[in-house]
Design a protein around this ligand. Structure first.
Ligand SMILES: [Zn+2]
Length: 171
């Protein structure tokens, strides 16, 4: 349970919000491992409800304006983050923790992704954390390109929307 690069935290937050569903502990465990959590990753049935609640809070950051985004992130940080500290537990390289030692996965995800998103928003602006503008998509994304506004999660959604708009005009 650790923080590494800011990119990793943003990816963790975006992918968590974009998960279609969390069917069970095995899927959550796989998700955490895919996102760079070192073993041992033990997930129980009880972790799921909390993680779903964190996901809903994070989605509000992407959906809302900057005032809402800042308010939600400040609430998450106030509730879940602790004073940052360095750790080299289990022989890992020194890294910063912002969640309590032994925090649940939900609490850890809340503290860690809130810090990641807060740092990102401070650097890029909240408009860089957005929901895809394609009508049938709904995925959130973080635009890492400074001064290059983006409306779509992927080039695929941008193209699909452009083609649909074009067809609608022709009709
Ligand atoms: Zn999209």
């Amino acid at each position: 349970m650790e923080i590494q690069s800011p990119d990793r935290l943003i990816r963790l937050a975006v992918d968590l919000v974009n998960l279609q569903e969390l069917p069970g502990p095995a899927e959550l465990r796989a998700f955490l491992l895919e996102h760079g959590e070192p073993e041992p990753v033990e997930v129980g049935e009880g972790d799921l409800t909390g993680v779903l609640a964190v996901r809903e809070s994070l989605r509000a950051v992407f959906e809302g304006d900057s005032a809402q985004g800042a308010r939600v992130l400040n609430e998450l940080l106030a509730r879940y983050a602790v004073r940052p500290y360095l750790s080299d537990h289990d022989g890992t390289p020194w890294h910063v923790h912002v969640a309590e030692p032994g925090a649940s996965w939900a609490d850890w995800l809340a503290a860690t992704t809130a810090l990641g998103l807060a740092t990102f928003a401070a650097g890029h602006g909240f408009e860089a954390l957005a929901v895809c503008a394609a009508t049938d998509c709904g995925q959130v994304f973080a635009n890492t390109a400074l001064n290059r506004p983006r409306r779509f999660c992927t080039p695929r959604c941008a193209t699909r929307t452009r083609v649909a708009t074009h067809r609608a005009r022709q009709a």
